[in-house]
Design a protein around this ligand. Sequence first.
Ligand code: SAM
Length: 207
Amino acid sequence: MSQSTNAWDEFYKQRGRVVTEPHEDMPDIVRLLKDRGASTVLDLGSGTGRHVVYLAGSGFSVFGLDNSPEGIHITRQWLADAGLDAHLQLQSMTEKLPYEDAFFDAVISVQVIHHADRAAIREVVQEITRVLKRGRFLFVTVPKLRNQGTRFKKLEANTFIPLDGPERGLTHHYFTPAELREVFNGYDIVDIHLDTVNHYCLSAFKR
Ligand SMILES: C[S@@+](CC[C@H](N)C(=O)[O-])C[C@H]1O[C@@H](n2cnc3c(N)ncnc32)[C@H](O)[C@@H]1O
């Protein structure tokens, strides 16, 4: 399992429910999913649960997956506090996902899939595609390339591991919009835009 497991786990142990508000696009996504009669939603890399809780509270059958035990623990508590329920899975996204083919009406993944190298990301995308129903909705956000600071290890083009700072030891791959289009070439991409925290947000439907 990657080093990123421990870094996030430690962060969550120190900081608890790091972010409590859902991503700014989530209200529109919920409207879209309801209009299309979606029921099952996967939050890949669910962190401390802001989207699991928001989506479960919006009436969906929600599945959250993350490789941080503390993230899953905090999510479980948050769901209990809110009187909600969801299916949580502690594992790496780089392992085979524990869901049947074409199980989900939607997959969302906010600031997660870039925590791997190019080859692993392509395998993750294959798994996302396997578990998502044809014609159904995908929302993925990834950070825009930023300054890596002074100390980092370069693994390959656009993939770095910072050697200091809060994200020390975490693999970061930086997509361009062109690479997002290439990686998600099995999708009808309806939008790629930058959000207010400088992440590319991709909205797409599986072909
Ligand atoms: C920036 S946080 C985003 C969390 C959540 N999606 C949100 O928006 O609040 C990145 C998350 O990715 C998770 N993560 C990193 N590598 C992972 C992996 N290989 N498998 C599963 N989760 C991973 C971390 O544990 C962390 O919860």
